[in-house]
Design a protein around this ligand. Structure first.
Ligand code: CMC
Length: 430
């Protein structure tokens, strides 16, 4: 076995620590102590910059080379040849399904697209301008109250049922949130349509007896869903695992993951990209905007990534999908501004030095807007497909005998013990 030799210069003691899979175990540092009283050495790693929290077999990313694979399959091949539901099965169960497995899986998910009628009342309670992501986070948490048996998280059949429900119902909740914000009647699922075709139906159906999704847009959305299915230990997935580690039902854990996704540094970035492009307004204003970013006045949203220090492979695929979508919808005028931003940024020393490239969110919003989605729906469009990844990661967590309740340590730098001061003797701290 490979090992690491450490010498503690405080004591002169030497330690040999095993290296496995390119990692040392942080707990092995605990033996390094100056005396019996000492708690032992810890590693300090704010924002988990260099800490692996789990061993996983789901998603592989090589950030330097711009590689993303689900269960070993390159994202490019899945985007080309798979469907979202097939990819979700792969992410969840580790292998591509056979024809009969896929038929059964599609049936099981489709069977659960309807929600309890009370969910509609729940939706109705939200203010007319409630953000759809807030509505989605709340209603998915509310599902926990409809399925109390979901608490049986160590029962494989129960987990399977909740998985079908979660993947089946997320588009319905999302579409209801959208229709509510538009003041429009909810549309029930049409189980004869595909996963994304039905989602488009629930969003956009008007008076027609049967909604027929545009095949190009339906496929484009399906590809976008494939690209978003999982992305290893990102902020949302870390929330799923962190919350899941205390063993609540999966609806509560998914709500927590979706809440993490909502932030503008994560899945909320695509919404911010569109706002940014609209504020820039025209191609000729791009250099001025870049100058401000370099001066520290805000971020270039949709750029940069904790793991990718190269072009995000998903952004490359999305750029191609954009062309197909624009053939149907007409070009989104913001595309020219985005292309100019990318061109200038990729030639600029500031971005080159920091290895900042377009990420998945840079172009996805432009497509979504062209397809008729309001910007507030963008993070919701991220959360729907990410549900398969969250559930896969949650299941892996539960079945991993090494995992326990997630509970980091801290480095305490506050006051030492002191005596309580009665109020009449206190001085203002300022
Ligand atoms: N625009 C301008 N400068 C940036 C940007 C950006 N978008 N991103 C990073 N930097 C700079 C940052 O200021 C820092 O500079 P310096 O070394 O001079 O202090 C350097 O690059 C390193 O950045 P960091 O903040 O240490 O990197 P991080 O790994 O902590 O953050 C990130 C990653 C994605 C949060 C960040 O790049 C960012 O805020 N990007 C914009 C938001 C965004 O597009 N998020 C979507 C991420 S991909 C999809 C998803 O996760 O949902």
């Amino acid at each position: 076995m490979d090992t690491l030799t450490l010498i503690d210069n405080r004591t002169g003691k030497k330690y040999e620590i095993p290296i496995q899979n390119g990692t040392i175990r942080a707990i092995d540092l605990r033996q390094i102590r100056i005396d019996e009283e000492d708690f032992g050495l810890m590693s300090y790693d704010p924002a988990f910059m260099n800490t692996a929290s789990c061993r996983s077999k789901i998603t592989y990313i090589d950030g330097d080379r711009g590689i993303l694979r689900y269960r070993g399959y390159p994202i490019e091949e899945l985007a080309e040849s798979s469907t979202y539901l097939e990819t979700a099965y792969l992410v969840l169960y580790g292998e591509l399904p056979t024809k009969s497995e896929l038929d059964q899986w599609t049936h099981d998910v489709t069977y659960h697209t309807f929600t309890h009628e009370n969910i509609k009342k729940f939706m109705d309670g939200f203010h007319y301008d409630a953000h759809p992501m807030g509505m989605l986070v709340s209603t998915v948490a509310a599902l926990s109250t409809f399925y109390p048996e979901a608490k049986n998280i160590f029962n494989a059949d129960s987990r399977k049922l909740q998985t079908h429900r979660l993947i089946g119902k997320m588009p319905t909740l999302a579409a209801f949130a959208y229709r509510h914000s538009r003041g429009m009647p909810y549309v029930y699922p049409d189980n004869e349509l595909s996963y994304t075709g039905n989602f488009l139906n629930m969003l956009f159906k008007m008076t027609e007896l049967k909604y027929e999704p545009n095949a190009t847009l339906e496929r484009a959305l399906d590809i976008l869903f494939i690209l978003h299915a999982d992305h290893e230990q990102n902020c949302g997935t870390n929330a799923m695992r962190g919350v899941g580690s205390s063993h609540p039902d999966p609806y509560c854990a998914v709500a927590a993951a979706a809440a993490a996704l909502y932030g503008p540094l994560h899945g909320g970035a695509n919404e911010e990209v569109l706002r940014m492009l609209s504020v820039i307004g025209s191609k000729d204003k791009v250099p001025e905007f870049i100058k401000k970013v370099k001066a520290g006045e805000g971020l270039l949203m949709g750029f940069g990534h904790r793991v990718y220090k190269n072009y995000d492979p998903r952004a490359k695929i999305i750029k191609r999908v954009a062309d197909q979508v624009f053939e149907v919808t007409g070009k989104n005028p913001l595309l020219d501004i985005a292309l100019e931003l990318e061109r200038i940024a990729l030639e600029d020393e500031y971005f080159i030095k920091r290895k900042l490239y377009p990420n998945v969110d840079f172009y996805s919003g432009i497509i979504y807007q062209a397809m008729g989605f309001p910007v507030e729906m963008f993070p919701v469009l991220f959360a729907i497909p990410r549900t398969s990844g969250w559930v896969a990661q949650w299941e892996e967590l539960l079945l991993d005998p090494e995992q326990k309740i997630a509970r980091p340590r801290q480095v305490y730098l506050g006051e030492e013990k002191r005596k309580f001061v009665p109020i009449e003797h206190r001085k203002t701290a300022k």
